[in-house]
Design a protein around this ligand. Structure first.
Ligand code: DMJ
Length: 629
């Protein structure tokens, strides 16, 4: 009525003003980027049930920002990949209950029903798929196809699925199977205990319903972040993410172990950043990475074991100026990736220098390294003792994995790895009685000991990974033999759980098994190494027996280590099923590694952390492979 009462001129002015405001609105929307798009084409229902997840910004644009600076001084070491223009990713699947397309502009995550589904405007998605085939991605990690190494040689059969890149977007989702559901249930149970009694603290003490602190940095929570992402536990992830955003503070007067905080905290934050695309995790990774750098201020540049992350000071343990060889040579994947992401080469330079130095050192025995290295002289100490267990284990693992990470170009790493495996064959392999199990013993000043740490069970998986990446078939043969041995370390024990250390019988004795256990070694800390190797073996062979073995192990964890009120506990006695003597501690790697590898082992989806695109750090945090050879 009022409109009719207005004069023609008044009406024209008003219409003109409306048109003007509309044009301004479109321009300002366009400048904001695309987030607005996600709402415009969705049904009202979708918009109602889909509240914005506070702070959870998904990858925008690509999640693999390359360094801002050119890599000028890395010598033989790999070129850092130049930043790709953000292209729209090819559609990939996540785990079955997280049937997502990779995060990109304009996407938001649902938080309620269908909580893990990423919603996007369908017409736009179709268009992107047709026009952009060059990028493959999974949950936010965006990688050029030519960055992958060789075509996967996984033997897992997926005949119903198209294999070409072009067809990947049409793949049927792989549903979560019952065994994976059991892992999710186990994770939720463990998480319940942590949440109820140890939230924000390092480790759960499930029996006393309390917690223990090591660094006071929420170790379990950080270690578990990417596991939650992979298992599709969206709500738990968001809650933990809030803690990281609001409560995780590194400016603390606290001594941390360089190695442990690198593999668990820096590694966990970096992989969570890659999977989620959430820059919060990269910011936190930069913060902790920078605070760990004082460790490298030593006369030899071989880092100290401990750093005060608040004060910026570092020191060796009180009783020695030595560091552990595995510790100073198993921080490289993480610091190298941090350099690649930030463009600040200081992280990579520091850790590469350590590797180059160790490469030149004398004191090795056919590629096998001693367990200690002096931070003043830079020389190995305690010469003559060789093991693939504690204090040396991940040196070997990271030789291979750095080579893979860098696109198989760093020949010194490969040489050292291959030589070391030859050293293992020559000096450390023996067969047990009565079952003729191939095992890796130790050498001390020329004397062979038939002792094998459970930690050594990372080796079958690493050997298989090497074979998958083109190393000789005898590596795979050895992997198969050692895998059987590691399984027997569980099967031959009363609880079906491995002790921390076993001794193998070299001579047949009536009534004796291959595996002997000393009273001081019969604890189980919920360690991951055997399950980790089972995962690699299944991926590369498709032999279901490896899944079955893992399933047995999960059931035994449930039987002997599960605490009814929440959480799992280490136990003191794997030989006593009626009283395994719970230790009242759940290590962070149970959530960070053991359950993650279980879930992946039971999956038939080779794209659920594709091993041609990701390399796992020694704490099971997947980091992207940079470039092909
Ligand atoms: C983890 O912290 C890592 O796997 C490390 O390499 C060895 N020890 C534990 C798990 O056993």
């Amino acid at each position: 009525k009022k409109w009719k009462q207005l004069s023609r001129l008044q009406r024209s002015v008003i219409l003109f003003l409306f048109a003007f405001l509309a044009v301004c609105g479109v321009i300002s929307y366009t400048n904001m980027g695309e987030p607005w798009k996600s709402l415009t084409n969705k049904s009202l229902d979708d918009q109602r049930i889909e509240p914005e997840v506070p702070g959870l910004k998904l990858a925008n644009p690509a999640v693999l920002p390359a360094p801002q600076k050119a890599d000028a001084n890395l010598g033989d070491y790999p070129e850092l990949s130049p930043q790709k223009q953000p292209k729209l990713p090819h559609v990939r699947r996540g785990p079955p209950n997280l049937q997502i397309k990779p995060p990109r502009r304009g996407m938001r995550l649902k938080t309620q029903r269908d909580s893990s589904e990423v919603v996007e405007e369908p017409a736009q998605a179709d268009k992107e798929e047709k026009t952009e085939k060059s990028i493959i991605s999974w949950r936010g990690a965006v990688i050029e196809p030519d960055q992958s190494t060789e075509p996967p040689s996984s033997k897992i059969k997926e005949p119903e699925k198209p294999s070409s890149m072009e067809a990947e977007g049409q793949k049927e989702p792989v549903p979560i199977n019952e065994r994976q559901m059991a892992v999710i249930e186990a994770f939720r149970h463990a998480w319940k205990g942590y949440k109820d009694f140890a939230w924000g603290h390092d480790e759960l003490k499930p029996l006393s319903k309390s917690y223990s602190e090591w660094f006071g940095l929420g170790l379990t929570l950080i270690d578990a972040l990417d596991t939650m992402w992979i298992l599709g536990l969206k709500e738990e992830f968001e809650e933990a993410r809030k803690w990281v955003a609001n409560d995780l503070v590194f400016d603390k007067n606290v001594d941390v172990n360089l190695f442990e905080s690198t593999i668990r905290i820096l590694g966990g934050l970096l992989s969570t950043y890659h999977l989620s695309g959430d820059s919060l995790f990269l910011e936190k990774a930069k913060d902790i990475g920078s605070r760990l750098m004082p460790a490298f201020n030593t006369p030899s540049k071989v880092p100290y074991s401990d750093v005060n992350i608040g004060r910026g000071t570092a020191h060796p343990p009180r009783w020695t100026s030595d560091s552990t060889v595995a510790e100073v040579t198993s921080i490289q994947l993480e610091f190298r990736e941090l350099s690649r992401l930030t463009g600040d080469e200081k992280f990579q330079k520091a850790v590469d220098e350590v590797m180059k130095h160790v490469h030149t050192l004398s004191g090795k025995n056919d590629g096998l390294v001693p367990m200690f290295i002096n931070t003043n002289s830079g020389q190995f100490t305690h010469l003559g003792v060789y093991t693939l267990g504690a204090r040396a284990d991940s040196y070997y693992e990271y030789l291979l994995k750095q080579w893979i990470q860098g696109g198989k170009k760093e020949n010194e790493l490969l040489e050292d790895y291959v030589r070391a495996i030859e050293g293992v064959k020559k000096h450390l392999l023996q067969r047990s009685q009565p079952k003729q199990l191939t095992f890796v013993g130790e050498l001390a000043h020329g004397h062979f000991s038939a002792k094998m740490d459970h930690l050594v069970c990372f080796l079958p998986g690493t050997l298989a990974l090497g074979a998958h990446n083109g190393l000789t078939a005898d590596h795979m043969k050895l992997a198969e033999a050692l895998m059987e041995t590691c399984y027997q370390m569980y099967v031959q024990v009363e609880t079906g759980l491995s002790p921390e250390i076993v001794h193998f019988n070299l001579h047949a004795q009536k009534g004796h098994k291959d595996v002997e256990i000393k009273p001081a070694d019969r604890h189980n800390l919920l360690r991951p190494e055997t399950v980790e190797s089972l995962f690699y073996m299944y991926r590369f062979t498709g032999d279901k027996k490896y899944q079955d073995w893992g399933w047995e192990i999960l059931q035994n964890f449930n039987k002997y280590t599960r605490v009814p009120t929440g959480g799992y506990t280490s136990i003191n006695n794997v030989q006593n099923p009626s009283n395994p003597e719970p230790r009242d501690k759940m290590e962070s790697f149970f959530l960070g590694e053991t359950l993650k590898y279980m879930f992946l082992l039971f999956s038939d989806d080779i794209d659920l952390i594709n091993l041609d695109k990701y390399v796992f750090n020694t704490e099971a945090h997947p980091l992207p492979i940079w470039m092909p050879a």
